[in-house]
Design a binder for this molecule. Structure first.
Ligand SMILES: [Fe+2]
Ligand SMILES: [Fe+2]
Length: 165
């Protein structure tokens, strides 16, 4: 594939991924304003943009073997937990934006848990296991096998968790 097309595929994947997230935020705003049909429209198009992102990513050769993908994901979590978020938190503290400090801190702490889950998976690819995961829809805390009474990171109650099976 040509170099331009390679770059364009990458840009398209990033653009569609951002559009997906942006439209989900727009949908939440429309819900808040009581505009249910508009919210639905934003959610529908958000879903479509996500399909585009997945279509483009297939050409980018990002998905290797599962063993490599677990290793890569583990390393990303470690680096974001140990380097990226601590730096962001420090800068948010300097600028005294307390809500953002909390948001970054929660994400940092959740990423540490993600790293642990990947580490466990790397050991034996979870062969023979049949575990459901529960994801806190407020902070992203990811629990394996247990639905917590309360989120250990953000204290959200258990009805805020989504079961992933
Ligand atoms: Fe993560
Ligand atoms: Fe949480």
């Amino acid at each position: 594939m040509g170099r331009k097309t390679d770059k364009n595929l990458y840009d398209a994947y990033v653009g569609e991924s951002k559009a997906h997230q942006r439209l989900r935020a727009f949908a939440a705003k429309a819900e808040e304003e009581g505009l249910k049909q508009i919210a639905k429209l934003f959610r529908a198009i958000a879903d479509a943009e996500s399909i585009h992102a997945q279509n483009h990513i297939k050409f980018l050769d990002l998905a290797k073997t599962t063993q490599e993908n677990l290793r890569y994901s583990f390393e990303r979590e470690i680096s974001i937990n140990e380097i990226t978020y601590p730096q962001f938190i420090k800068e948010a503290e300097e600028e005294q934006v307390s809500e953002v400090i909390t948001s970054f801190s929660h994400s940092r702490d959740v990423e540490a848990g993600h790293a642990k889950l990947y580490k466990k998976a790397l050991e034996h690819l979870l062969k023979g296991e049949n575990t459901d995961y529960y994801v806190c829809q407020i902070c992203g805390y990811t629990s394996d096998g247990i639905l917590p009474e309360e989120c250990p990171i953000c204290t959200a109650s258990k009805d805020k968790f989504l079961k992933i099976d």
